[in-house]
Design a protein around this ligand. Sequence first.
Ligand SMILES: Nc1ncnc2c1ncn2[C@@H]1O[C@H](COP(=O)(O)OP(=O)(O)OP(=O)(O)O)[C@@H](O)[C@H]1O
Ligand SMILES: Nc1ncnc2c1ncn2[C@@H]1O[C@H](COP(=O)(O)OP(=O)(O)OP(=O)(O)O)[C@@H](O)[C@H]1O
Ligand SMILES: [Mg+2]
Ligand SMILES: [Mg+2]
Lengths: 254, 254
Amino acid sequence: NCRVIAVANQKGGVGKTTTAVNLSASLAVAEARVLLIDFDPQGNSTSGLGFTAETIGSDIYDVIVNDVNIKDTVLHTEIDGLDIIPARIELSAAEVELIQENAREKKLKQAVESIKSSYDFILIDCPPSLGLLTVNALTAADSVLIPMQCEYYAMEGLGQLLNTINLIKESLNPELSIEGILLTMYDSRNNLSKEVMQQVRTHFPDKAFNTVVPRGVALSEAPSYGKPVLLYQPKAKVSECYINLAKEMLEKVK
Amino acid sequence: NCRVIAVANQKGGVGKTTTAVNLSASLAVAEARVLLIDFDPQGNSTSGLGFTAETIGSDIYDVIVNDVNIKDTVLHTEIDGLDIIPARIELSAAEVELIQENAREKKLKQAVESIKSSYDFILIDCPPSLGLLTVNALTAADSVLIPMQCEYYAMEGLGQLLNTINLIKESLNPELSIEGILLTMYDSRNNLSKEVMQQVRTHFPDKAFNTVVPRGVALSEAPSYGKPVLLYQPKAKVSECYINLAKEMLEKVK
Ligand SMILES: Nc1ncnc2c1ncn2[C@@H]1O[C@H](COP(=O)(O)OP(=O)(O)OP(=O)(O)O)[C@@H](O)[C@H]1O
Ligand SMILES: Nc1ncnc2c1ncn2[C@@H]1O[C@H](COP(=O)(O)OP(=O)(O)OP(=O)(O)O)[C@@H](O)[C@H]1O
Ligand SMILES: [Mg+2]
Ligand SMILES: [Mg+2]
C-alpha cells in the first residue's frame, strides 16, 4: 500500500527540499521502499542527491508533457531503497504548455498510478508557489507534509496554503489530508521560534509533528556533496531529527 | 530621473522581501523619493510595512489585469518619502489571466510609465519563480538587484537567473543591467558562507556590493511589527547594513 506525500509550502526557503531529500533517505534506511519526485524546476532535490543535468536522461517534465513512461525516468540513488525522478529547468515551461489541456491538474496523478505498486512512499518536492505544478502534486497526493520555518512571513502564509488544500480537497482530490506540519530551522534561543511553535501547537494541535528540526549547518553543507545528511554527517543532531521524523511517520501508518 | 530596480531571485527565502522593504526605507530616509511595488502574491512586502488585506483598496493586480489607474493604488507609509503599491493573493491568478493577452510581458512596464516622474527609485519585490510576474518586473526594470543567500542551493540557481536576465535583455528589455549581487544571511563562522562569497567575488568581480548583510534576528522580528528594521531597532547591525547599501547605491547614481 503506497502512500503519496506532497512536501509543499508556497513560502520560499522553508526547508521543502531539505525535508524531501532527508526524510526520503531516512525512510529508505528504515527499510521502506521510497521514490522521491523532484517537481521543482530548480532541480534542488535532484542535485541534493548528486545528479546533474548532464547525468540525467528524461525527467518528470518528459512524463507530464511528452508522455514518456514514468518507469523510464526512475534513477537509483546510492541509498538502497531510495529512487528519484529528476527535474530540469524545462519543467518551468510545463505550466504554460499544459494550460490548454483537459485534466491538466491530473497529469501527475495519472503518471504516478502505474508505479505506486513498487513503493511504500512517494514524496513530491514542490516549488515555492501555488501554481499548476503544486496543484498537480496536491491532486496526486494522499497527504501534504508542510515544512514550516519558524519565522513571521512563513506563519503568515500558512492560512493561504490551508485554503488551497481545502479547495483541492473539494474539487480535485477528496482524499487529501494533512500528513503534518514540521517546524524547521527552530532556534530555541530566539523568541520568534518559540512563538511560532506555540501558535502552531495551539491552532493545529493534532497536526504538528513531535519532531522539530533545529538550525544545523550540516544540512546546508550536505547538498554541496550531493548527499543526504545521514551520509554526510550521520552523527549530526539534525541527521537524527530526520531519522526520528521517519520513525514518527512509520508509526502512524502502522 | 527615476531608476526602476527589480529585486529578483527564483530561489526561495533568500531575502528578496527583506531587501526590498529595508532598502526602500533606507533610501527614503536618505531623502530619496521611493516607491516599493509588491509583486509577489504572498504580499510579504505589504505586511512587512504594516498593511493588511483589509486596509488596502485596489492593488497591483487591479492595475495589470483590470486596468485600474496605478496612481489610485499608491499608499503612503509611516516613512516620509516611501510609498507602496500593495499585493493581494489574487495576483497569483494574473499569470493565467494574462496568458492570452498581447504584450502580456509589458503590462507592468506600461503601468509604471505614468508614475516614474514622481520618484527617484521604484523597487519591485518579485516572487520566487521565473514566471510571467518576474518577467514583467524584469521588462519594466532598468536593473536587477539579486539577493544571494550564502548557501549551496542559492549559488546553484544563480546561473539560471543570469540566463533569464540575458533572454529578457535580448528580447524585451535591451537596457536591462545588473544593479548588483547582495550577499545575505552571511555567517562569518561558517565555511559555506565564506565559499559563496569567494565564488561570487571571483566570478562576478564588478557585480557584488561591498555591503554584506549578516544573519540578524532583528530582521526577522521587524515584519511582525509591520516595520522596516530601521524603525524597529535602528541600532541593530543589520539596520546599518541596509543604510550602507542605500549609500552605496546613491553613490553609484551620482
Ligand atoms: N534545519 C536547517 N538548518 C540549517 N539550514 C537549513 C535547514 N533546513 C534547510 N536549510 C538550508 O536553508 C536553505 C533553504 O532550504 P530549502 O532549499 O530546503 O528550502 P525550500 O523550501 O526547498 O526552498 P525553495 O522554496 O526555494 O524550494 C537551503 O540552503 C538549506 O540548505
Ligand atoms: N539577514 C537576515 N538575517 C536573519 N533573518 C533574515 C535575514 N534576511 C531575511 N531573513 C528572514 O529570512 C526569511 C526569508 O527572507 P525573505 O522572506 O525576505 O526572503 P524572500 O526571498 O523574499 O522569500 P520568498 O522567496 O518567499 O519571497 C524571512 O523570515 C526573513 O525575516
Ligand atoms: Mg526547494
Ligand atoms: Mg519575498
